[in-house]
Write a protein that binds this ligand. Structure first.
Ligand SMILES: *[C@@H]1O[C@H](CO)[C@@H](O)[C@H](O)[C@H]1NC(C)=O
Ligand SMILES: *[C@@H]1O[C@H](CO)[C@@H](O)[C@H](O)[C@H]1NC(C)=O
Ligand SMILES: *[C@@H]1O[C@H](CO)[C@@H](O)[C@H](O)[C@H]1NC(C)=O
Ligand SMILES: *[C@@H]1O[C@H](CO)[C@@H](O)[C@H](O)[C@H]1NC(C)=O
Ligand SMILES: *[C@@H]1O[C@H](CO)[C@@H](O)[C@H](O)[C@H]1NC(C)=O
Length: 475
């Protein structure tokens, strides 16, 4: 079996940002995403998964913890529709837009949730599956109607003989930014086929973004390959919608201008820019037992995933108001709990448990951050959870040499070299790139269960600890 290599790493990462809350007004849309993968058994049947965010104070989107526990459906009454690329068929309704509420915030006035549907297409397409309606919350720039879409090409891929799976991602509906401070958001971008995922600004002519196309491109800089968005410190005050398109390319792709992606997925969310007199770093921190950002967990069939998200504030006079999460369907979280640690600080936490349904086999992203009463938020942490997997090769951390890799700057980019041994055989081509959320590793050598990896660090200065999610890829 040949395994390669879409991987994740985590490291010490201490960027703190300060943002303030202001009242949401006007209309109700808060962003979303739709992704898909082929059914395991039935050709032309595609299983979709979508997340949507709406204003909580609108009655039909209201949600509380009892409704999360009951897996109530909120919203709905509108449609996901599919239209054929070559127009052989009229536009057809493929599903209702109602979703199971999974997350909500009282202070930020939003609900977010997830739902799945499947559809058996009459031919290979490509099909454009979309949801559009009105309106976004009032924005500093653009707005009005939303348009969320994905392309579904059911022609079997030449490289693996299978129908493609789209990239996946997860982000909370609202990212808060304090004017004058710096902030870089990492957009989780993964692909279960092991494809290379790129992020670009969405384009209206490709029916990706409705009234918010490229409206944030003057307020932020997108690194298309790393999928990071740097918010400019002088971004205008108020609400902004960010419309990004994720595309999956063959893993060896280097020239993205000439390559054709297998699919696209729109990801839309809000950035709120506020003015503040507080310093940029007075923010909550994720601590203790919180999973390392970018790490990878497995849940074997019938297994249960447990975790604890813990946070405390750098300013002990401030309280943490909420731990905000983006959770897969059926994940359970406790209310916000607290205890006093051995240095007398208040630690706030939520316990997390998840028994995935058998239909949830595959790759999921779980994200979390803490926010205080002033609307100042911690960095977001995201982890990958592989459901139905129990044999992902894991690097044996103690075998890493050197144990603390040192940074150097070969071509202006930050880079580390280290060797590491896996607990089982891993084969990947020399020079093959492993796309990671925080680190990019280049395999120099992969013999038996040893791999020499070169990591290109994005942000942090020390590689602390990591687990690599590998995906199976045929020869
Ligand atoms: C597909 O959709 C049908 C009807 O909505 C549902 O009964 C079925 O459980 C779905 N199958 C999967 C695999 O999601
Ligand atoms: C659909 O997928 C097939 C197989 O990967 C590819 O050859 C074809 O060009 C794709 N069609 C479009 C319109 O992208
Ligand atoms: C800790 O939790 C208790 C019980 O929910 C609550 O009454 C108390 O205010 C919390 N303490 C802090 C410092 O937030
Ligand atoms: C949270 O998890 C901890 C550690 O597993 C456990 O001791 C505690 O009882 C849990 N609390 C709740 C409310 O579930
Ligand atoms: C990694 O292993 C190779 C061959 O075993 C060795 O030549 C090289 O010096 C090692 N690199 C590091 C950073 O330890």
């Amino acid at each position: 079996m040949v395994l390669s290599v879409s991987a994740m790493a985590s490291m010490i990462c201490c960027f703190v940002f300060v943002i303030f809350i202001s009242q949401t007004t006007a209309s109700h849309f808060r962003g979303g995403i739709i992704t898909w993968r082929p059914d395991e058994y039935i050709g032309n049947k595609i299983n979709f998964n979508f997340r949507l965010g709406f204003r909580r104070s609108v009655n039909r989107y209201f949600c509380d913890s009892a409704m999360v526990a009951r897996q109530s459906i909120v919203g709905g009454g509108e449609v996901w529709s599919a239209s054929h690329d070559r127009g052989y068929y009229g536009s057809r309704t493929v599903a209702d837009t109602g979703y199971h509420c999974t997350d909500f915030s009282v202070s930020e006035d939003w609900t977010q949730g997830e739902n799945t549907f499947n559809y058996t297409f009459p031919d290979d397409g490509p099909w454009l599956v979309s949801y559009s309606s009105c309106c976004w919350i009032s924005l500093a720039n653009g707005g009005g109607s939303w348009f969320l879409s994905t392309t579904v090409n059911l022609t079997r891929r030449q490289d693996n003989g299978k129908i493609n799976s789209s990239p996946i991602s997860a982000l909370s509906s609202i990212v808060r930014h304090q004017q004058g401070c710096s902030k870089t958001i990492l957009i989780p971008a993964e692909d279960s086929d092991g494809d290379k995922v790129r992020c670009r600004w969405s384009v209206g002519s490709q029916r990706e973004c409705g009234g918010v196309c490229q409206r944030f491109s003057s307020s932020g800089t997108l690194d298309e390959e790393k999928c990071t968005l740097r918010i400019h410190s002088n971004a205008a005050l108020g609400w902004h919608a960010v419309a990004i398109t994720l595309e999956d390319f063959p893993a060896y792709t280097t020239n993205f201008h000439t390559a054709t992606p297998f699919s696209h997925v729109s990801l839309q969310f809000l950035v709120h820019v506020s003015s503040s007199s507080g310093p940029c770093n007075r923010a909550p921190l994720l601590i203790g037992q919180s999973p390392n950002d970018g790490s990878c967990e497995e849940v074997p069939d019938g297994g249960i995933f447990y975790s604890i998200i813990e946070a405390k504030h750098v300013d002990s006079s401030r309280r943490i108001a909420e731990i905000i999460t983006v959770t897969p369907l059926y994940m359970k979280l406790t209310n916000l709990l607290n205890y006093t640690d051995n240095v007398g600080d208040n630690v706030y936490y939520k316990n997390v448990s998840w028994s995935p349904k058998s239909s949830q086999k595959g790759r999921h992203i779980f994200c979390f951050k803490a926010i205080d009463h002033y609307g100042v938020e911690s960095d977001q942490g995201c982890i990958t959870v592989l459901v139905g997997t129990s044999n992902t090769p894991r690097p044996i951390l103690s075998t890493r040499t050197p144990l603390i890799p040192t940074l150097y700057w070969p071509w202006g980019s930050k880079s580390v070299d280290f060797n590491i041994t896996f607990d089982q055989q891993v084969i990947c081509a020399t020079g093959e790139e492993i796309a990671l959320s925080k680190v990019r590793l280049k395999t120099q050598l992969a013999l038996r269960n040893e791999a020499k990896l070169r990591g290109y660090l994005r942000e942090a200065s020390i590689v602390q600890d990591f687990v690599i999610c590998l995906v199976e890829r045929p020869m």
